[in-house]
Design a protein around this ligand. Structure first.
Ligand SMILES: Nc1ncnc2c1ncn2[C@@H]1O[C@H](COP(=O)(O)OP(=O)(O)OP(=O)(O)O)[C@@H](O)[C@H]1O
Ligand SMILES: [Mg+2]
Length: 357
């Protein structure tokens, strides 16, 4: 954990709604896919913020907005205090250089017809000022070495590498412009379990070597635990709980986080015996039809009338109120301070009648 907190990325009120249309000739908007629906977080210099959540909760959409592959519908993304959503042209290009992405699937994200040298050096075509043409080959070979690949492989093609090696190539490309922030969208999910740890260790080493800050996206709380300083838990387009990793893992206050953690495998058999498994009721609602009030209430065993009426904001639970600002532990639950009452074996969630209040 970094000692002195210095925000490098500040995201507030981030929204991405995709219009839902009907008709072929005369497209009529009939609604919206609320892929991201009000996300706030701060990434501090030198730290790793893990973002976890189930498939479809909006993680990749957040990642794409951070690196400008998607324009937000609303909200701010500040890099060192400067709002990227207000920039365009040259100014945007020069700031964007500092925030790079590593993609999930190294099998599809590398162009099969390009050599490794061309893939890693491609960012220099857009930013020739970083490496003049004559220097590029040497720079790419250095990058190959940095990620643990033989610099002599520079003329090979992606199919000549294993999954883990391909992800190293993706990481080398992400580093080419010497960014300060790397947004890694499930960088190890497509890899064999035996290779995942090697790639995570590489990212860890590169973080100290190049003073990088990471947004590290994953499905699974157990993967981000090893690499994150702080963790944000996403549900249906929003962060529902965020805080230092030990607070999230040892004292989760949002019922959704508690349920996710109850599903993480515990190696110690005694601890496993004492743990209560929380089984959530129903499925995740559609992002085109988000429940009123708290979006998690239809699956929550704590839900009551207030939850249908009032949107819970990310707020600092009392026991952690001594920590404020970018390191705070926040939970978007009206009843976060209530002790956890586990509905063991009984699926959680409001009765169907209760949902419509
Ligand atoms: N271009 C698009 N047009 C319409 N809907 C989209 C578009 N991109 C994403 N979505 C929808 O937005 C929601 C969030 O998608 P996103 O890919 O961000 O989720 P995710 O958390 O990354 O999921 P996964 O874990 O499966 O990668 C999903 O319901 C998805 O279908
Ligand atoms: Mg995704």
């Amino acid at each position: 954990m970094v000692d002195h907190l210095e925000p490098i990325l500040e995201v507030s009120g981030l929204v991405k709604h995709y219009p839902l249309t009907q008709g072929i000739l005369f497209k009529k908007q009939v609604g919206a896919v609320k892929a991201v629906d009000g996300v706030d977080f701060t990434l501090n210099k030198g730290e790793t913020l893990g973002i976890v959540g189930e498939s479809g909760c909006g993680k990749s959409t957040v990642a794409k907005m951070l690196v400008n592959l998607e324009r937000p519908t609303e909200g701010l993304i500040k890099y060192k205090g400067e709002d990227l959503t207000k920039l365009s042209g040259k100014a945007l290009k020069s700031v964007r250089r500092n925030i790079q992405m590593v993609f999930q699937d190294p099998y599809t994200s590398l162009n099969p017809r390009m050599t490794v040298g061309d893939i890693i050096g491609e960012p220099y075509e857009i930013h020739p000022e970083v490496a003049p043409k004559g220097d590029r080959r040497k720079k790419v070979q250095e990058l190959l070495d940095v990620v643990g690949l033989n610099p002599e492989y520079i003329n090979r093609y992606p199919h000549q590498f294993s999954g883990g090696q391909r992800q190293r190539i993706g990481i080398a490309r992400g580093l080419a412009l010497r960014p300060e922030v790397i947004v890694a969208d499930e960088p190890v999910s497509a890899l064999d379990v035996s290779v995942q740890a090697q790639v995570i260790n590489l990212l860890d080493r590169l973080q100290s070597e190049f003073e990088l800050s990471y947004v590290f996206i994953a499905h699974d709380l157990s993967i981000v635990r090893h690499i994150s300083d702080r963790v944000g838990v996403m549900y249906l387009g929003r962060i529902v709980e965020i805080g230092r990793d030990e607070e999230i893992y040892d004292h989760p206050t949002h019922p959704y986080t508690q349920a996710l953690l109850s599903a993480v495998p515990v190696p110690d058999p005694e601890a496993r015996e004492h743990r209560e498994r929380i089984i959530l009721a129903g499925d995740v609602p559609s992002p085109t039809n988000i429940p009123s009030g708290c979006r998690f209430r239809t699956r929550c065993w704590k839900a009551r009338e207030r939850c249908a009426l009032e949107v819970p904001l990310l707020a600092v639970p009392a026991e952690f109120r001594s920590v404020s600002g970018p390191a705070a532990h926040d939970s978007a639950c009206h009843f976060a301070e209530e002790k956890q009452v586990v509905p063991s074996e009984e699926p959680g969630g409001m009765s169907p009648e209760g949902q419509e209040e």
